[in-house]
Design a protein. Structure first.
Lengths: 335, 776
């Protein structure tokens, strides 16, 4: 009996050790530990063993069972580990990925949104006005004399009814003050139009961002602080900003802003116009509103405006402004 | 406006290099657009005379010259130019000279012949942008003279002058500004004024005209001749061609002092001179040789025979100075800016004079400019000037403005003392006339209000002194903010779905607008292709599709968010246009498939859970289309373009398009989301398969099921659709559909019996519709 057990053990362990996969291991398990397995048969043979020998044989059998079970578990673990470590052997991670490519937002939209988010952090709300404007909103209310060159039909698009396509988004300043008492703190992104021949640097339609802040005791220092903060937020702390005295009919004093930033190619670029709202603009608003809410003796304000196309061109090194409206997917997909 | 640095130094001591001057002027508000260097700054280039020229033995195009450069021995020079003759004087670059572009001149052989230098063209010396052949120097040039002496260097600043600053349109004016910022005094020698200034009765002016100041001075016995070189050179700097000494002097004074002048030939003026309004349509022969019909109200200078000049714009033909003129009448005047501007605009006549008059000249400088011109005329042409300056009109009183120092501090946000404010204004030349009052000199007539004074203080103090304040108000969202957020959210979702954002022009052609109803036309379009404001975003996107097809794009999924215009107003829209490959074959076994209308339907559904209603007769350019509804309100249209339009676009796959009204859409959605409870009990699914007539829309099948209002039915999903045009598996006029019915109760686990019963009721309802058959 003991001999029989020894040879059975040796045979079982050899077969288990020789198993190369889960199936051959299962064959081995059934052969020894299955319902009609060899070890099971031995256990059943215990009935014929004399009572006094039973504890001894029982122990021998139990030991045998434990050894074989252990060997099975060991082999199972070994095979699983071998399979696990082979699981990715043929996986080629250099194959191209296949997730569908998402779309893109237009570079001007992205730049506009970047600017909008920055101004919103500074407490500016968005304002809006029509592209088709009255002469009053676009020029008269902005202290632009009737014979100002910008008003002629060479430079500005007119409609047969005398209205025009706004030549700047500054008309939104007027729309806002006309309808809202101070304080106002707004930005207005939108289209403006100039009757220009389209070439590498000009479009008849372009995108501007306008800003206006009117309240009590708003000063040039507020204008300077606001725009310096904005441009440094947008183009980095190292951005250099220069205010250069200039002339606009609707602000006084007026400045043009030149900036230089690594993000914009490292060259100085003329970027924005700004200034303190001219008292004549406030007077015109008072007349229109029929009240003194915008009395220039009570409130003051600053306004600014800049174009987005040239900024986008410098930012993204776009050589030709027309690329912004051609909608070539090879271009759009780069954003 | 071109300014010569040498000329400027007549009025202010300024030895700043051009680049520093540029910085200073920018600070003042004068933008320097460009700095040009003129003249020759190259050593070892001298005047040489060509003594002999023979054909080069080895090269058809070259000659071999002997030239005298002033040294003992003639030099041999090989030359390619043809425009000279023996005896001409030309610039010769000697060995050792370095021409622009780091071009070093060395002795050497050209095609086997020794050449000891190079004869130069004007271009090679950077005296001209473009020049053919050698620069032929005047015969009186002395051989051996360095070219640096003949063409002394000159720095020219090209200034961009804002329309408010007429005083900057002259060398004196720019010099004044430099003086403000450097502290150097302005050298403004007062020319000898005539002994008498008289209101002259023969200058008859319109009594209603309070603005004009008109002066004439007679100079007799002048000798009209070519101008001396210095005058020719200075006029060349500002871009003027020399005409004769008298005319050149009037132009010179214009660019020097900013006061336009005009010289009449006294012999050609008959009788009194009147400054009067032109009659409507009055004829005027201008010195450009053309005849103009004058608009009513324009101001003319007229003698007994009619207009001899259009005031401030242009002189008349036949009354100007010519070689035979001996006596001249020199006009110096102030004309009302708006009147000159109107005349100049309405006739399309623009001159250096009108440019200055319409911006406003200094009325106080009228007599000075006349005296300055007389001084030069006497110097250069001989002659005798009348002791009398005849005048019509009176100097306007100077503007006086009251300034509050506190206001300055409050507008600038700057702590600045009263004394500093006053000092700044004195520096720009304003006169403190006592108390808070300031008097404005004639050359700064645009200063009219306290705000203008504050601007001057800001300019002199410099913006760098202004502190940067970073504070502000809270801002509540406006409706425009909500609209912006809605549009931006939509854009991001569309981009996430794979669409690329386009931006197309608002201006479209007539044809592009025609398909989409009424449009708004421009009065003065730039061209026919931009004559209308778009009434749909689609034409612009179609053009983008064409462009991308031309570029070989395989998949073109585009969208745009923008405004459209109709006679009723401006409306925010969103449009989608897609064509080409929806999926491209890849190594995973995905097969190429074109975008089709169901992709678009799915995209639109994902954007907002919308319903569609097919249109039996789709509008152009669609071949198939459905209206899109949200909560029962129409928000847009989607469909597939008509095959004819598709061909026109050059597409060989379906072109799908959709356009939505964002204003309506926005009113129908909330920014706030509410949730439904998550199901606690498992659901059951039953699939049903049946055939139906090919013509029966799925929507009707779905509606038929929904109309039963089965309480446990949660959702209906189509998972198979099969048609067989050949009629082999099912009849060609039938389709086979497989629909998955999902049942669930929020309160309990369903039993098979109740699910089966509900399914049977649904099947029975469908079966009762003609043509639906279940395969059992």
């Amino acid at each position: 009996m003991e001999q029989q057990v020894d040879s059975l053990r040796a045979e079982a362990l050899a077969q288990i050790a020789a198993a190369t996969d889960a199936a051959s291991l299962e064959v081995a398990r059934l052969k020894y530990l299955g319902k009609s397995g060899a070890i099971t048969a031995l256990s059943e043979g215990m009935r014929n063993v004399p009572k006094e020998d039973r504890p001894k044989f029982g122990k021998i059998l139990n030991d045998l069972r434990a050894v074989v079970t252990g060997a099975l578990e060991e082999s199972q673990k070994r095979l699983l580990e071998a399979a696990d470590s082979a699981a990715f052997a043929s996986l080629d991670l250099t194959l191209p990925g296949t997730f569908p490519t998402p779309g893109t937002l237009h570079p001007l939209t992205q730049l506009m949104d970047r600017a909008v988010r920055c101004f919103r952090r500074m407490g500016f709300a968005i304002a809006d006005g029509p592209d088709i404007e009255t002469e009053w909103h676009c020029f008269d209310a902005l202290n632009t004399p009737p014979d100002h060159p910008a008003r002629n039909e060479q430079d500005t698009f007119y409609l047969p009814d005398g209205r025009l396509l706004r030549s700047h988004t500054s008309s939104v300043q007027i729309r806002v003050m006309e309808n809202t008492p101070p304080p106002v703190r707004i930005i207005a992104p939108g289209s403006a139009y100039r009757r220009d021949e389209v070439d590498a640097t000009h479009l008849a339609q372009f995108t501007q961002m306008e800003g206006l802040y009117v309240a009590e005791r708003v000063s040039l220092a507020d204008l300077k602080g606001t725009l310096e903060f904005f441009f440094r937020e947008l183009f980095g702390a190292g951005t250099e900003i220069q205010f250069r005295p200039h002339f606009f009919p609707f602000t006084e004093p007026s400045y043009e802003i030149d900036i230089r930033a690594a993000a914009l190619g490292g060259e100085w670029m003329e970027l924005a116009g700004c200034g303190m709202v001219d008292p004549a603009v406030f007077e015109e608003i008072c007349k229109k509103r029929g009240d003194r809410a915008y009395d220039p003796e009570k409130v003051s304000g600053f306004a600014f405006g800049f174009g987005l196309e040239r900024l986008a061109m410098n930012l993204s090194r776009i050589p030709d402004i027309r690329m912004l409206v051609e909608n070539d997917l090879r271009f759009l997909k780069q954003f | 406006m071109k300014i010569s640095l040498n000329w400027l130094r007549d009025f202010v001591d300024c030895q700043l290099p051009a680049s520093d001057l540029e910085t200073l002027l920018r600070r003042a508000g004068l933008e320097v657009a460009a700095i040009h260097e003129r003249g020759v700054a190259i050593d070892k280039v001298v005047v040489a005379e060509i003594l002999e020229s023979v054909q080069h033995p080895n090269a058809d195009r070259l000659s071999v010259c002997k030239v005298n450069d002033g040294s003992e021995h003639p030099r041999q020079i090989v030359c390619g130019a043809k425009n000279y003759k023996v005896g001409d004087k030309v610039p010769l670059a000697l060995p050792g000279a370095v021409l622009p572009g780091d071009f070093k001149i060395k002795p050497g052989k050209l095609r086997g012949v020794e050449s000891e230098g190079m004869m130069c063209s004007a271009k090679e010396l950077r005296l001209a942008e473009d020049a053919q052949g050698l620069l032929i120097l005047p015969p009186e040039s002395v051989v051996g003279t360095p070219l640096t002496e003949i063409f002394p260097t000159e720095t020219i600043l090209e200034l961009e002058i804002t329309p408010n600053r007429a005083d900057w349109l002259s060398h004196l004016g720019v010099a004044r500004e430099i003086a403000v910022f450097t502290g150097s005094p302005v050298k403004n020698p007062i020319p000898p004024l005539p002994a008498h200034v008289e209101q002259a009765s023969r200058l008859l002016s319109d009594p209603a005209d309070k603005a004009t100041i008109y002066t004439l001075r007679k100079i007799s016995g002048v000798k009209v001749a070519p101008s001396p070189q210095w005058l020719v050179d200075r006029l060349a700097v500002v871009g003027l061609r020399s005409i004769n000494n008298v005319v050149d002097i009037t132009n010179y004074v214009l660019f020097e002092l900013g006061q336009p002048l005009h010289a009449f030939d006294a012999a050609k003026i008959s009788g009194d001179i009147r400054v009067r309004a032109a009659a409507e349509g009055e004829n005027f022969h201008a010195l450009d040789g053309k005849e103009y019909k004058l608009p009513a109200g324009s101001l003319v200078i007229a003698d007994n025979n009619g207009p001899v000049a259009l005031a401030g714009v242009m002189g008349g033909e036949g009354s100007g100075v010519t070689e035979t003129t001996t006596d001249i009448l020199l006009e110096s005047a102030f004309f009302e800016p708006s009147r000159v501007r109107r005349a100049s605009r309405s006739l399309g006549l623009f001159s250096d004079s009108s440019y200055r008059f319409e911006r406003g000249v200094d009325p106080e400088g009228v007599a000075n400019a006349s005296a300055r011109a007389v001084e030069l005329i006497l110097q250069l042409t001989g002659g005798t000037a009348s002791e009398i300056l005849e005048v019509a009109g009176e100097l306007p009183p100077r503007t006086k403005i009251s300034l509050r120092h506190d206001r300055v501090r409050s507008v600038l946000g700057l702590e600045i003392s009263d004394a500093e404010i006053d000092a700044a204004l004195v520096r720009v030349g304003l006169i403190h006339s006592g108390g808070s009052e300031w008097e404005i000199p004639g050359y700064r007539r645009e200063i009219l209000r306290e705000a203008d004074l504050i601007e001057e203080v800001a300019r002199v103090v410099g913006i760098e002194k202004i502190p940067s304040r970073a504070e502000g108000l809270f801002a509540g969202s406006s409706d425009a903010d909500l609209a912006y957020d809605f549009a931006m959210d939509l854009r991001r979702r569309l981009a996430g779905m794979g669409f690329h954002e386009a931006r197309t022009s608002t201006l479209v052609s007539n044809a592009d607008a025609a398909d989409f109803g009424e449009s708004v036309a421009l009065k003065n379009p730039f061209g026919d292709d931009q004559s209308q404001l778009r009434n749909s975003l689609l034409p612009g996107l179609f053009a983008a599709v064409v462009r991308n097809l031309d570029q070989g794009a395989k998949s073109i999924p585009l969208f745009e968010v923008g405004r459209v215009f109709t006679p009723a107003g401006e409306f925010p829209r969103m449009a989608l246009v897609v064509t080409g490959d929806r999926f491209s074959a890849d190594w995973r076994g995905v097969e190429t498939r074109s975008w089709d209308v169901f992709d678009l339907l799915g995209a639109v559904r994902d954007l907002g859970g919308v319903e569609t209603n097919p249109l039996p007769s789709p509008p152009s350019p669609f071949g198939a289309a459905a209206e899109v509804f949200l909560h029962g309100k129409k928000i847009g249209l989607l469909g597939q373009l008509h095959p004819g339009v598709t061909r026109q676009l050059g597409a060989n796959a379906p072109v799908l398009a959709a356009e939505f009204d964002l204003a309506t859409w926005r009113t129908l959605v909330s920014r706030d989301r509410t949730t439904s409870p998550l199901a606690k009990f498992p659901g059951s699914v039953r699939d049903i398969a049946f055939t139906a007539p090919l013509s029966l829309p799925y929507g009707e099948v779905r509606a038929a099921i929904e109309s039963l209002k089965e309480p446990l039915l949660q959702s209906i999903g189509l998972f198979d659709l099969f048609t067989d045009p050949k009629g082999e598996k099912i009849p060609a006029d039938k389709k086979s559909l497989a629909v998955s019915l999902s049942f669930r109760s929020p309160e309990r686990t369903l039993t098979a019996d109740e699910v089966n019963a509900a399914t049977d009721r649904i099947k029975a309802a469908l079966r009762s519709r003609s043509g639906i058959e279940f395969r059992e």
